[in-house]
Design a protein around this ligand. Sequence first.
Ligand SMILES: *Cc1c(COP(=O)(O)O)cnc(C)c1O
Length: 409
Amino acid sequence: MNIDFEKLAQKYNTPLYVYDFDSIAQNYNALKDAFAGKKSLINYAIKANSNLSLIAHLASLGAGADCVSIGEVKRALLAGVNRYKIIFSGVGKRDEEMQEALKLDILLLNLESEAEMVRLEGVAKELGMKARISIRVNPNINPKTHPYISTGLHENKFGVDIESAKRMYIYAKRSEYLDPIGIHFHIGSQMLDIEPLKEAAIIVADLAKTLKALEIDIRFFDVGGGIGVRYDDEITIDPKEYVAAIEEATKKLDVTILCEPGRSLVANSGWFVTRVLYEKNNEGKRFVVVDGAMNDLLRPSLYGAYHKIEALKDGTKKSKADVVGPVCESGDFLGKDVLLPQLEHGDLLVVHSAGAYGFSMASNYNTRNRSAEVALQNEEEMLIRKRECFEDLIALEKEYLDALSLKEE
Ligand SMILES: *Cc1c(COP(=O)(O)O)cnc(C)c1O
């Protein structure tokens, strides 16, 4: 990494997100190359980082999109993703979202319950359309990841069990308004072990074979996302190993493989840059207070997630400190027991691996403006989202306050 964070921080101010588009392209192409020669489509999971320019960058490389709200579908389309490369997943879709997705003619809607299927059938009937669908199967496999990001067990809210899925496919096949063309699973995120994925793929491929025997024409086999990345010293799944496992499970099926990587395409291509406000010491406990906080980067607070934090300034005398933000919550920290040199007001800290589930999870909690986002490509930098200002934050409330004060006069 050879990024002049100080220069960027001076120009765009802090806190700031910085993304390396060349590194994102490398990640995408490594996976694409691993799939070479196979019918496949990489649907980038928009929720990992939904910046329009970042989506457009991946779209220009050929990526499709995995969306979990109609808003994400519209982002994908706006950013130039081909409509037939867009899928719409999610455990609860509103009628309006279904209607809009059908009208937008995307590749398919991924269904997660029988109730949702019946609902979609009704919506499609009203529009006089036939909805292309896939069904999210829950293979009851433990992905051995953090419980909050595990999704493939029956105790999780996602998908349907094998028997229900079979019933749903048979129902859909008979319906005038449903066209079952895909099968889907996604067992969790930040997976470091290929075995659970392999097991799940075998179980779901078996179901796909049964369905084909029932003349239900499954053309898309979607293995979800969840490829883990290195935050600390994790050993991750190699793209070739990943593709080989999927191939092995699906070798007797004539299908197009879909996958939905989010984190693995963008996490390590992003940094969160924050300035030190001051140091403080509470009876021996050292805190470094910075201008970035949990509203900017939630993962440490939400999952206790680890991000490497580095001071740009060198110092020989390092000691452990908690890096905390200004938000009024004890859970507001970016790192705990981080080895850091003595720091002064204005020194920069760089939080690594912040490209996924960073900005996309940011909020305005404590009436804090969300950060700016900058991208680097071919040695050039470009602003891809400007910093919010106070007026942005109050825009949807202001008129009511004005109306209220008129009434009270
Ligand atoms: C979140 C999610 C993904 C992306 O997961 P990553 O761990 O970021 O790769 C893919 N598919 C579905 C259905 C998801 O919910």
